[in-house]
Design a protein around this ligand. Structure first.
Ligand SMILES: Cc1ncc(C[n+]2csc(CCOP(=O)(O)OP(=O)(O)O)c2C)c(N)n1
Ligand SMILES: [Mg+2]
Length: 355
């Protein structure tokens, strides 16, 4: 006897195409033109924050960081769909969603200047700190979701991972655990086509990354990650369905810039590839839509950018004049302070070495 015991397929969603045309059948009911303007402003803000951080890094005023250029929709769409009490578990390239969730910009700069105080504020927006070890945040995210379910709260944990991160055991373990326990967990795969210099096609033989969800018995869906409304829609649907269990959402996007400021992408990818993706720029299509409707123009773009840059400059100034409490580097490691660490703290204080 032979029979088919399982079959599957993965849907791809796009609500707004590259030219700013909307598929009315898929348009979420709660998205109107005002909301689209707000989404656009946040995408612009994320882009401005990104370019300012890059310029500071080049001047030696910020540490190395991972730019988000090109990935704005995969973050702002999620931010707009999430509710206030939902938890955000980022990786290391998610400053756009941090910004839209209300993280003070000063905190973001403090982090990239090497001060842990910058990370601590994430708590105030129900977010975990920036997490650099690839995919280790995923089991934490599943744990957060488990806690929320255990406490009977209607709260979802939304965790980010890169295309490269989906090859890590941590990713699989997290979605497997979330599936078994039907957790309110959403895994956002920010598939930007590259894991440093490893292209997506060297990452896995699987045709989509979303289908990894199928192996653990949960829902997987692919979305145009450069379409902010599409991203909003799939995340909103996943939140609405979170009482029934988790969802894996693959946002198909592109890292337009370098992996980090320590990387030179021209060494491993072609200009033509970058140019082709520039056509799919997440801001370009929304701007085209809004301009066509008379809701946006060059003057508004200039004025909004100036206002955003002024806010960013103020935050930079605050971060640059920040006086850290040196003891904080000893105090936030363990829930109690072991003797050996206390000795180190005492001798550092005695030597006054940070002066
Ligand atoms: C466990 C671990 N291995 C290796 C690294 C070095 N590393 C940092 S980012 C990165 C690639 C991540 O690619 P992806 O998951 O696609 O995320 P992206 O950087 O594209 O956002 C690697 C290998 C790390 N930080 N942690
Ligand atoms: Mg990647």
């Amino acid at each position: 006897m032979q029979k088919k015991v399982f079959e599957c397929s993965i849907d791809y969603i796009q609500v707004m195409d590259e030219n700013g045309n909307i598929d009315a059948n898929l348009m979420p009911k709660d998205v109107d033109d005002n909301k689209i303007v707000e989404m656009y402003k946040y995408m612009l803000f994320a882009r401005n924050l990104d370019s300012k951080t890059l310029s500071l890094q080049r001047q030696g005023r910020a540490d190395t960081f991972a730019p988000l250029l090109g990935e704005e929709a995969s973050q702002i769409g999620v931010a707009f769909a999430m509710r206030k009490d939902d938890y955000l578990i980022p990786a290391f390239r998610q400053h756009g969603i941090y910004l839209a969730r209300g993280l003070p910009i000063k905190s973001y700069f403090l982090y990239w200047k090497g001060y842990e105080e910058g990370n601590a504020t994430a708590k105030s927006i129900n977010a975990l700190p920036i997490i650099v070890p690839v995919a280790t945040q995923m089991p934490h995210g599943a744990g957060v979701a488990f806690t929320q379910k255990y406490l009977g709260r209607d709260v979802v944990a939304v965790a980010y991972v890169g295309d490269g991160g989906t090859s890590e055991g941590d990713f699989y373990e997290a979605i497997n655990f979330a599936g078994v326990n039907k957790l309110p967990f959403i895994a956002i795969i920010e598939n930007n086509q590259w894991a440093i210099s490893i292209p997506r096609n060297k990452q896995t033989a699987a045709e989509t990354l979303a289908q990894k969800a199928v192996a653990v018995g949960i829902k997987g869906i692919q979305v145009d990650g450069n379409d902010v409304i599409g991203v909003y829609k799939v995340v909103k649907d996943a939140i609405d369905n979170s009482k029934n269990g988790p969802t894996v959402i693959e946002c198909v996007t592109y890292r337009m810039s370098m992996h980090t400021t320590a990387d030179d992408p021209t060494k491993y990818r072609s200009d033509s590839e970058v140019k082709a993706w520039a056509e799919k720029d997440p801001l370009k299509r929304v701007r085209a839509y809004l301009v066509k409707k008379g809701l946006w123009n060059d003057d508004l773009e200039k004025k909004t950018t100036e206002e955003q840059l002024a806010q960013i400059d103020k935050a930079v100034e605050e971060a640059e004049t920040f006086k850290a409490d040196p003891k904080s580097m000893f105090e936030n490691i363990y829930s109690f302070m072991p003797e050996v660490l206390k000795d180190e703290e005492d001798s550092a204080v005695a030597a006054n070495f940070w002066q």
